[in-house]
Design a binder for this molecule. Structure first.
Ligand SMILES: N[C@@H](CCC(=O)N[C@@H](CS)C(=O)NCC(=O)O)C(=O)O
Length: 202
C-alpha cells in the first residue's frame, strides 16, 4: 500500500487513516510540479491531484472520500467506519461528503491572491456558516459520529487545519477548536503530523 501525498494537504486524511488503521504502508511525496521520485505524477493519476493510493496489486485509487472508506473497510484495526447498510454508515458518508464539497472546496479560492474580493467575501461568509454548523454539531459529541473516531474525523480535521491559511481563527468556534485539539492528542494523528512536518522541512 502506497500513498501519494503532499504535506499539509488533503492527503493528510488518508495518511491519518493509514496510521489509525494499523496498515503497513509507504509514502510517496508528490511536489508542486506534479513530480515524484519515479517521474510524472500524471502517469499515476491523470487528474494530477493527490491523494492517490496504490493498492497492493498495483491498482490506483483516487478521491479522498473513496480512499478513506476503502481503507476503513479493509483495515487491520476495526471500527474506523460503521458497517455497510447501517444509518451510521450513511451518516459517515454524509459528513465525508459535506467536508469534501462544503468545506474542502471552499478553501482554495480563499487563499488564491487573484480571487476577486466580492467573491472572496461571499465565499468566506458561506464557509464560516458551514464551520459554525459543524461547531454546533461537535458541541454535543467528541467526534462527528459520537464518542468514537471515524474516517470522517480524519478528513474534517485535515480541512479545519487550513483555517489559519486564510486568517480564520478557529477559537471563535470553541467546539471545532476543541475537536482539533482532541485529534492532535491521538498518537497516530501526532505521528502522521510529525512525518509530514519533517517532509516539509526536508
Ligand atoms: N477531488 C479530489 C480533490 C483533491 C485535491 O483537491 N487535491 C489537492 C490538494 S488538497 C491537489 O492535489 N492540488 C494540486 C492540483 O490539483 O494540481 C479529492 O477529493 O480527493
Amino acid at each position: 500500500m502506497k500513498l501519494f501525498y503532499h504535506p499539509g494537504t488533503c492527503s493528510l486524511a488518508p495518511h491519518i487513516v493509514l496510521e489509525e488503521g494499523g496498515f503497513d504502508f509507504a509514502l510517496e511525496l508528490v511536489d508542486e510540479h506534479h513530480r515524484y521520485s519515479a517521474g510524472d505524477f500524471y502517469a499515476v493519476n491523470p487528474k494530477g491531484y493527490i491523494p492517490a493510493l496504490e493498492l497492493d496489486d498495483g491498482e490506483i485509487l483516487t478521491e479522498g472520500v473513496a480512499i478513506v472508506q476503502h481503507l476503513a473497510d479493509i483495515a487491520p484495526v476495526e471500527g474506523l467506519i460503521p458497517a455497510v447498510g447501517t444509518v451510521s454508515r450513511a451518516r459517515c458518508v454524509e459528513w465525508l461528503t459535506f467536508t469534501a464539497t462544503e468545506l474542502h472546496k471552499a478553501f482554495p479560492p480563499l487563499w488564491t491572491p487573484s480571487y476577486p474580493d466580492d467573491l472572496r467575501a461571499k465565499g468566506m461568509d458561506l464557509l464560516q456558516q458551514r464551520i459554525a454548523f459543524t461547531n454546533a454539531h461537535l458541541g454535543r459529541r467528541d467526534y462527528l459520529l459520537g464518542d468514537r473516531f471515524s474516517v470522517a474525523d480524519a478528513y474534517l480535521y485535515t480541512v479545519l487545519n487550513w483555517a489559519s491559511r486564510i486568517d480564520l481563527d478557529l477559537a471563535q468556534w470553541p467546539h471545532a477548536k476543541a475537536f482539533t485539539t482532541r485529534m492532535e492528542a491521538r498518537p497516530k494523528v501526532k505521528k502522521a503530523l510529525e512525518v509530514e512536518k519533517k517532509a516539509t522541512r526536508a
